[in-house]
Design a protein around this ligand. Structure first.
Ligand code: NAD
Length: 256
């Protein structure tokens, strides 16, 4: 894809699922990739996969909820590769299914720290580097739940609506400074997110049908590579006039 080859990308949550697919896609396109994740083992596995494919990647352990850790991640990108053209701020968690009155405060805070504060922390560290270069592209991972409400996922949906709003705002702030900022809103995608979800909760105990989340007009869930394709496009020069946008990648769900 135009504009990716030879440049540097950082991908958070790159040890699994959408982030891993995105990191691999950046590398396939010829970018140097900083594979960032809170879990070292899986992050290093992603680096191995990229290297087996002939790409160049570096692992950095990061907790996106911790601003110092995020600043260190960006420093690794610049120290290792000399620049930072692309950032896919993707790390996120799902808490268990619960009606809003049953959400525990601790879970609410943890989810917001990662899903929303984490996106802010990443952009806060990445933007000054990109501004000093006069160019850069950021793609944040939102969700279909950032565009519509989803019963049983109150904190998750609220955090992802926040990602959409923050994406629009930062896009406006940096539009005249050579930096584009967009988001992708994945529909149900085959990853480990449910298994990794904190807080449990049984969706069958809810008084509404959360399986409707999987009711996708195209009749199937997505492969993570389909999210990676959208991220690569938004980072490419083919998307040079697109900023402030949240792109649903959802098999038609948002149209329903
Ligand atoms: P996943 O659980 O497979 O991968 C998430 C990765 O993020 C993991 O490697 C995990 O270790 C990492 N991570 C978690 N907390 C972190 C932290 N504090 N700092 C750094 N890394 C951390 O999930 P996924 O489905 O690939 O999710 C990626 C993103 O896509 C998330 O933001 C998620 O909300 C979003 N999303 C997923 C779906 C879906 O159906 N899978 C749908 C919509 C949106």
């Amino acid at each position: 894809m135009n504009g990716l080859n030879g440049n540097t990308a950082v991908v958070t949550g790159a040890g699994s699922g959408i982030g891993r697919a995105s990191a691999r896609r950046f590398a396939e396109e010829g970018a140097n990739v900083v594979v960032a994740d809170v879990v070292e083992e899986t992050g290093r596995e992603t680096v191995e996969l990229i290297e087996e494919d002939g790409g160049d990647a570096t692992f950095v352990e990061v907790d996106v909820a911790d601003t110092e850790s995020v600043e260190a991640m960006v420093d690794v990108a610049v120290d290792t590769y000399g620049s930072l053209e692309f950032a896919h701020n993707n790390a996120g968690i799902l808490t268990g299914f619960a009606e809003v009155t049953d959400i525990e405060e601790e879970q609410w805070d943890k989810l917001f720290d990662i899903n929303l504060k984490g996106i802010w922390a990443c952009m806060k560290a990445e933007l000054p580097v990109m501004e000093s270069q006069g160019s850069g592209v950021i793609v944040n991972t939102a969700s279909e739940a950032g565009l519509v409400g989803m019963g049983g996922l109150g904190s998750y949906s609220a955090s992802k609506h926040g990602v959409v709003g923050l994406t629009k705002t930062v896009a406006l702030e940096y539009a005249s400074r050579g930096i584009r900022v967009n988001a992708v809103a994945p529909g149900p995608t085959d990853t480990n997110i449910q298994a990794n979800s904190v807080g449990g909760g049984d969706p069958r105990s809810l008084p509404f049908d959360v399986s409707a989340m999987a009711d996708v007009p195209m009749g199937r869930t997505a492969d993570p590579t389909e999210m990676a394709g959208a991220v690569a496009f938004l980072c490419s020069s083919d998307a040079s006039y697109i900023t402030g946008h949240t792109l649903p990648v959802d098999g038609g769900q948002a149209a329903d």
